[in-house]
Ligand binder design. Structure first.
Ligand SMILES: [Zn+2]
Length: 569
């Protein structure tokens, strides 16, 4: 049994995420976690809300609530929606937790002791109109790298370059739009990433199996211009983790907090501590400390491409710089963007489908299947209602749902709700088993490699194989002349339903549970031998005809939704 530590990029607390966010991190991470558990491995799957920084303060002010209260409420909202999508986190933590405060301050203290933090007196943008310093993302302007006009102070969304607010051309306040910004003196801490450049570069070079999308982004920032730059890790804000050197005060840094991008990835570790403190487990160190059992853990991170620089450079700089035996990531699976119906998802304009809305119109499995089978792996992909309707109606309703319905209803009408006896496998059955054996191996290979789209195609092909078998065997015709053979074909069909339940569970967990319940079995052990697996439910075993697994999306619904989500929210 292998041990898998899996983390999804942690969603920001400010508001409900759209489907593009979901498919870029949490959903594929859940797919992988469910798959590894299904294979019988030990899994620790962690996520959290990312709660610090200016956007949380602003959103709380807008909602007329203290920021801590706002974050607590929004955490619960996001946790509930995650449950709705069946995201199977072992713990869904909060970056504002006491555990993360302590651990972040610990890392800063150790990094300072080892000479990887320096204090810098610098000039910072102050907005007299807003009456405050404007940190990172609350300054917008033109990207000095690519000319994108709406780059944020911390990063350009267009070219992904990490920025400092002072780099922006024609800067303006994102709060008020004010352009009368002035520079004022303030003191901040910098993480000396430049000193760690060689170490980080060697580490990334050792990751020869990483996706090109991940390494190309990392290498770009390692080698562009003067290479890896030191990075400010503190901000003039109220809401955040107070700057401390371990448990001790940090003279001169009173009233400042750590920058959200310093503390957010540390929450991956703190989340495991929260998991223990919540009474869900007893030992987090065996997942995170290589001196305490984590040296045999495989650690995989999932994220959108905009998060790659922080996970390949900034967080590893924190870990490597600490000199402590923390578990470093083994594999980073990154995603391109999902676009929406001819444009982009837009939170501000309410364009696209948001996670709460999605669940209000259809169950999670419909979304999970479409999103995963169209995951933006090698390039950006696009959600269209036509494609969604076609994919759901064809793959889920016509292929899988119809198979389950036909076999169970046929059996009920001819043999009753019990697996029928008689007959033996012939050439057609052996050919099906050979095909499924080969396809299972391919499916496992794609899932192990986190090739999400290819895995979904293979799963669909496994469903199709059953349908084709049923079509060519035709037990409804066979039964007129040869009841024994019809019974055997039906028995095989019913066993195929259990196979589909087990293999499909990572993609569509609710339908999987429905299929298992219909077959009146709790045995969801992963198949090792298809022939044995397809004989496991014996003659005489009772089952029941399930409710319709997947309803079809009508043209009327599609047109209605297309209008509804065009952007008014
Ligand atoms: Zn740019």
């Amino acid at each position: 049994m292998a041990r898998h530590l899996i983390t999804s990029a942690i969603p920001y607390i400010n508001g409900i995420k759209h489907l593009g966010n979901l498919v870029g991190s949490q959903l594929p991470a859940d797919l992988y976690a469910r798959y590894q558990r299904g294979r019988g491995h030990e899994v620790m799957f962690l996520c959290a809300t990312d709660e610090h920084g200016t956007p949380a303060e602003i959103a709380a002010a807008k909602a007329g609530k203290p920021v801590a209260e706002y974050c607590a409420e929004m955490h619960d909202v996001q946790a509930e929606i995650a449950k709705g999508f069946r995201l199977s986190f072992d713990h869904f933590g909060r970056s504002s937790s006491a555990q993360n405060h302590k651990l972040t301050q610990h890392f800063a203290g150790v990094l300072a002791e080892r000479g990887f933090i320096r204090e810098v007196t610098e000039m910072q943008m102050y907005s007299p109109t807003d009456g405050r310093y404007l940190p990172d993302r609350y300054i917008e302007g033109t990207c000095p790298n690519c000319g994108f006009p709406d780059a944020r102070g911390d990063q350009c969304d267009n070219c992904t370059k990490q920025l400092d607010p002072v780099d922006l051309i024609n800067p303006r306040s994102a709060i008020s739009g004010a352009t009368d910004l002035e520079m004022r003196e303030t003191k901040h801490l910098y993480l000396c990433q430049s000193q760690l450049q060689d170490k980080i570069a060697a580490w990334i070079d050792s990751k020869t199996d990483w996706p090109v999308l991940t390494t190309s982004i990392a290498k770009k920032w390692l080698t562009d211009g003067d290479g890896l730059q030191d990075r400010g890790i503190t901000r003039d804000l109220d809401w955040g983790i107070p700057v401390k050197k371990g448990d001790a005060d940090w003279p001169g840094m009173e009233g400042k907090v750590f920058y959200v991008w310093f503390d957010a990835p540390i929450e991956y570790i703190a989340s495991a501590q929260e998991w223990v403190d919540a009474g869900k487990g007893v030992d987090w160190e065996r997942w995170w400390r290589t001196d305490k059992g984590a040296d045999d853990v495989t650690y995989t991170q999932f994220m959108g491409k905009d998060n790659v620089p922080f996970h390949t450079l900034t967080f590893p700089a924190t870990i490597l710089g600490s000199g402590e035996p923390w578990k470093l990531v083994d594999y980073i699976k990154s995603f391109n963007y999902l676009n929406y119906d001819g444009g982009q998802f837009s939170t501000s304009r309410g364009r696209g489908v948001f996670m709460d809305q999605a669940l209000s119109i259809l169950p999670a499995d419909y979304w999970r299947w479409w999103l995963l089978s169209h995951a933006p792996e090698t390039s950006d992909s696009e959600f269209t209602w036509d494609n969604f309707q076609m994919s759901v109606n064809k793959d889920l309703a016509d292929v899988l749902g119809n198979f389950v319905s036909r076999v169970t209803k046929f059996c009920r009408s001819k043999f009753g709700e019990v697996i029928p006896e008689g007959g033996t496998w012939g050439a057609r059955e052996n050919a099906l088993i050979a095909e499924l054996t080969q396809r299972l191996q391919a499916y496992e290979g794609f899932m192990d490699a986190m090739e999400v789209r290819k895995a979904s195609s293979e799963l669909r092909a496994i469903w199709v194989a059953g349908n084709e078998y049923l079509q060519s065997a035709g037990p409804w015709t066979t039964i007129k002349t040869d009841a024994e053979t019809a019974a055997m074909q039906t028995r095989l069909g019913l066993n195929l339903i259990r196979l589909y339940a087990v293999l499909s569970a990572p993609f569509i967990p609710d339908a999987s549970a429905t299929m298992l319940a219909a077959m009146k079995t709790e045995d969801d052990a992963w198949p090792t031998d298809i022939a044995a697996f397809l004989s496991a439910l014996p003659a005489g075993h009772a089952f029941e005809v399930p409710e319709v697994l997947f309803g079809k999306i009508t043209d009327e619904q599609r047109e209605d939704w297309q209008v509804r989500f065009a952007g008014t929210r």
